[in-house]
Ligand binder design. Structure first.
Ligand code: ZN
Length: 454
């Protein structure tokens, strides 16, 4: 039995002091006891403010290698999400399985250093550059799982079905060859992931129809029978909405709500472009909106309808998608400040009973992220994974603050990371703000990057 003793910890019932957190041999919390003085030497002392590790509900790990590298104006000008996607297709053609593993390990170590302790990997980079499957069709998925184990992060692997190049059945683009599967081969990849994850409490299997652009209605209906997390990109870009309306008469979120049983298993990634009726209906469905604020800003996607969605009781979590940002507090900051810019308002994500946006946003991201991950995470409570993030309350961004005011300061104040210690599944993976394997992981990443950019 491992145990931690937190000077302050955010529990489901609120902040508590002198909290003993006991963890079983598999990394699950066995007991949480506030107001306990631990005997010296029996528990790992965490003298700061301990919060639950934050789930990251949307990642394409390979895009970490592109972050900051797709910013140049294209010859025709008028750069957009769609010109960025062309750059991504050119870049993706170069990845070997070794590169994919090295880049994912670097990303996952960075996520841990910033306080994410779980990642939902929306995985569509399946095949060799010419589209031929690897000898093991699940090779690339296994590489991501190996990277997650190396870094020590929890993972929900989401093998992604990508079949077409445009709304409801258009032929694929050459740059999409590495992504493509029919339902049979896709099922074999899902099986490979299940085999690899079976019995590992740090891992779960979900699946993802990529989008209404990449899958037909029949495929989406077939995958909707899955008994676990189902993620799909929806309504990220105005052009996607226009194409969906032209093809079906309905906007993407409306089409999904009307044609598939969208419920608590579902995660709609982005859901940026919704009309008020869609906002209320998505909130009522029990699904999670998967918001990726720094990527959505980087790609010029648009701004999520947060006030209406929260007022309707909608659930959301946060993801880092293309990984131009990798810190949960900064994603939450971007989410709130984008609302302030649009509405000329402040403290948007608050309610009378909770005046602290930092706390409101964190609570939502923990609950929504846990639901989207299909794993017992997001709270410091018995039965949950021991995913703990210690914030250093002597850090200049936080010093002198406590409780929810400290969370406001973490989310909204300053640069630099105040994360000191991170445990994931009970195992300490970040000490003094650095991942315990950061040097070896960074070296392998450097080798991969030099090859990819050569
Ligand atoms: Zn995405």
């Amino acid at each position: 039995m491992t145990s931690f003793h937190a000077a302050h910890a955010l529990l489901p019932q609120g902040w508590a002091g002198d909290v003993l957190i006991e963890v079983d041999a598999l990394g699950t919390i066995a007991a949480v006891t506030p107001g306990t003085r631990a005997a010296a030497g029996t528990a790992r002392r965490l003298s700061g403010h301990v919060i639950p590790g934050v789930p990251n509900l949307h990642s394409h790990a390979f895009q970490r290698a592109m972050a900051g590298g797709a910013e140049r104006r294209s010859p025709a000008g008028r750069d957009s999400f769609w010109t960025w996607r062309e750059t991504m297709y050119r870049f993706v053609s170069r990845f070997t399985p070794e590169d994919a593993e090295a880049v994912a390990a670097q990303l996952y170590a960075e996520l841990l250093e910033h306080g994410f302790t779980a990642v939902a990997e929306f995985h569509y980079l399946h095949h060799q550059p010419d589209g031929t499957p690897y000898a093991d069709v699940a090779e690339m998925a296994r590489r991501h799982l190996a990277a997650a184990r190396r870094a020590g992060i929890g993972v929900t692997m989401l093998p992604t079905l990508y079949r077409h190049g445009g709304i409801f059945g258009l032929p694929p683009h050459e740059g999409q060859r590495r992504f493509l599967n029919d339902l049979d081969r896709f099922a074999r990849i899902v099986e490979g992931v299940r085999e690899e994850c079976d019995g590992d409490p740090q891992c779960a299997t979900g699946l993802a129809p990529h989008s209404l652009r990449a899958c037909t209605p029949a495929m989406i209906r077939k995958l909707s029978a899955f008994d676990g997390p189902i993620h799909i990109h929806a309504a990220e870009q105005p052009r996607e909405v226009e194409e969906c309306v032209a093809a079906t008469g309905a906007r993407p979120v409306r089409w999904l709500l009307d044609n598939v049983e969208v419920d608590a298993r579902w995660v709609l990634i982005h859901a940026t472009h919704m009309q008020p009726g869609e906002v209320a209906a998505l909130a009522a469905s029990g699904a999670v909106a998967g918001l990726c604020p720094s990527t959505e800003a980087s790609l010029g996607d648009g701004t999520f309808a947060l006030p209406g969605y929260l007022a309707a009781g909608g659930r959301f979590g946060i993801g880092t998608d293309s990984h131009v940002g990798t810190a949960p507090n900064l994603e939450l900051r971007q989410l709130e400040t984008s609302q302030r810019l649009r509405d000329h308002a402040r403290a948007v994500a608050t309610a009378e009973q909770n005046p602290h946006p930092g706390r409101t946003l964190l609570d939502a991201a923990l609950a929504g992220g846990a639901q989207a991950s299909g794993r017992p995470i997001g709270a410091i409570a018995p039965g949950m994974r021991a995913d703990l993030v210690e914030l250093d309350d002597t850090h200049p961004n936080l010093v002198g603050r406590g409780g929810d005011a400290l969370l406001d300061a973490w989310v909204f104040g300053g640069q630099g990371s105040a994360v000191r210690t991170v445990a994931c599944g009970g195992r300490v993976v970040v000490e003094a703000g650095r991942h315990v394997r950061s040097m070896a992981i960074r070296d392998a990443f450097g080798t991969a990057m030099r090859g990819l950019l050569a």
